[in-house]
Every structure is written in structure tokens, then in C-alpha cells.
Design a protein around this ligand. Structure first.
Ligand SMILES: Cc1cc2nc3c(=O)[nH]c(=O)nc-3n(C[C@H](O)[C@H](O)[C@H](O)COP(=O)(O)O)c2cc1C
Length: 203
């Protein structure tokens, strides 16, 4: 069974909804999926100032529990999807700190066998969706991993969302990712599982 890790950070829930869509898509392809969140690093006082932030954290801890990612999840996976909100045009520090702990796996060459893809949400359509995905995936060059774009293969990307870099949501449009954004996420998860399966078979 192909192993897919969807590892994400989400403060207010948008990226989490995309993460779930990718997980569903990977499961559609028959993959064994781990949907994980990276640890929150922000001080409690900062989180408490934003009701959506504290509500989402509570949701992931209690109402809809999401496993906290460990470096072992990176080693386990054939395919890895990395999700983060756009933060000043790049990924959040929470995701970056988690990934900065992958040096041990990198030095053993383990990460060179992986297929990696990325997804994001930003407030505005020109607020840095593509730059966040590109910046998130810089690490794949160092890992020697294969970068998988979403591409235009799925009709919802070609005709509606129009972002071949990865699933994305412009959160100013609504309180949660809409049907098209979720469909793009699902297509990305499905594609990741299929490609990771093919790559794993030739390792
Ligand atoms: C510190 C900070 C920086 C942000 N930077 C950007 C940005 O550069 N461009 C943008 O469009 N939105 C930016 N946003 C908005 C978030 O990307 C957006 O609200 C996103 O949907 C949040 O995703 P989440 O609900 O998964 O946390 C920023 C938000 C914060 C808190």
C-alpha cells in the first residue's frame, strides 16, 4: 500500500480543509494516509487574541483530533504533501521548524526517495499563493526528492481554480475553502498517491 503523509500547519482552518481534501484524494487511490499537523509554536497570548485561531486549535485537539506530526512520518511516507498558510509570501514558521528537524533523514539519503507536493491558502489572490508553494518546495532540491506539481490535468484546475502549483484557497472569498478548491485538493492527493506508488516501485 502506498504511504502518504499530509503534513500541515493551519491557524484558522483553511489549510486544514485543504489537507483533508488531499487525504480523501489519496485514499481514493487506495493509499494508507496519515493526516498530521505540526506543533503550534505561537505564544498562548497571541492565539487568545484571535478567536478563530484559538477555536481551530481547540478543534484539532478535541472535537476533530489531528495527530501531531513527527519526523518518523517523513521516513514512513512514500509521498509527502506539505501545507501552510501564506505568511508574508512564504510558509509559516511552524511548518519550517518541523522540517528543519529532518537533517538526520536527509544525511541518510532517506528523503531522496520521496515525492513531495505543496498546498496553501492566502487572504488575497495575489498575496503569494505561488511563492509560498515554491518556497515550501525549495527543500525538495536539497532532499533530492521529486517535486510533484498539481498541474492542469484535473478539469477543476484547468477551468476554474487555475493554479497548477498546488491546491490553494483565497480565504477572503469565504469562511472555508469552496467546492472547487476542495476538488483541486482531492485531485492533488489522488495524483500524489498514484505517482508516489510508481516511484516507490522503482526504488
Ligand atoms: C502573519 C500573517 C501573514 C500573512 N501573510 C499573508 C500574505 O503574505 N498574503 C496573503 O494573501 N495573506 C496573508 N495572510 C493571511 C493568511 O494567509 C490567510 O488568512 C490564510 O487563509 C490562513 O490560512 P489558515 O486558515 O489555514 O491559517 C497572513 C496572515 C498572517 C497571520
Amino acid at each position: 500500500m502506498t504511504r502518504i503523509a499530509i503534513i500541515h500547519y493551519s491557524a484558522t482552518g483553511n489549510v486544514f480543509e485543504l489537507a483533508k481534501a488531499l487525504a480523501d484524494g489519496a485514499r481514493d487511490a487506495g493509499a494508507d494516509v496519515r493526516l498530521c499537523r505540526v506543533p503550534e509554536l505561537a505564544p498562548a497570548e497571541a492565539i487568545a487574541q484571535n478567536p478563530r485561531w484559538s477555536a481551530h486549535l481547540q478543534r484539532m485537539e478535541t472535537a476533530e483530533p489531528v495527530q501531531v506530526a513527527t519526523i518518523a512520518d517523513l521516513e514512513w511516507a512514500d509521498g509527502i504533501a506539505l501545507g501552510s498558510p501564506t505568511r508574508f509570501g512564504g510558509p509559516a514558521a511552524q511548518l519550517k521548524l518541523f522540517l528543519d528537524q529532518a537533517g538526520g533523514l536527509w544525511s541518510k539519503g532517506v528523503l531522496a526517495k520521496k515525492v513531495v507536493t505543496a498546498f496553501t491558502a492566502s487572504s488575497t489572490s495575489h498575496g503569494g499563493l505561488e511563492s509560498t508553494i515554491l518556497a515550501t518546495l525549495n527543500l525538495a532540491y536539497h532532499w533530492g526528492a521529486l517535486i510533484m506539481p498539481l498541474g492542469y490535468g484535473d478539469p477543476v484546475v484547468a477551468k476554474v481554480t487555475g493554479n497548477p502549483y498546488g491546491a490553494s484557497w483565497v480565504s477572503r472569498k469565504g469562511s472555508v475553502p469552496d467546492h472547487d478548491a476542495v476538488s483541486a485538493g482531492r485531485a492533488q492527493g489522488l495524483r500524489l498517491a498514484k505517482i508516489a506508488s510508481a516511484i516507490a516501485s522503482v526504488q
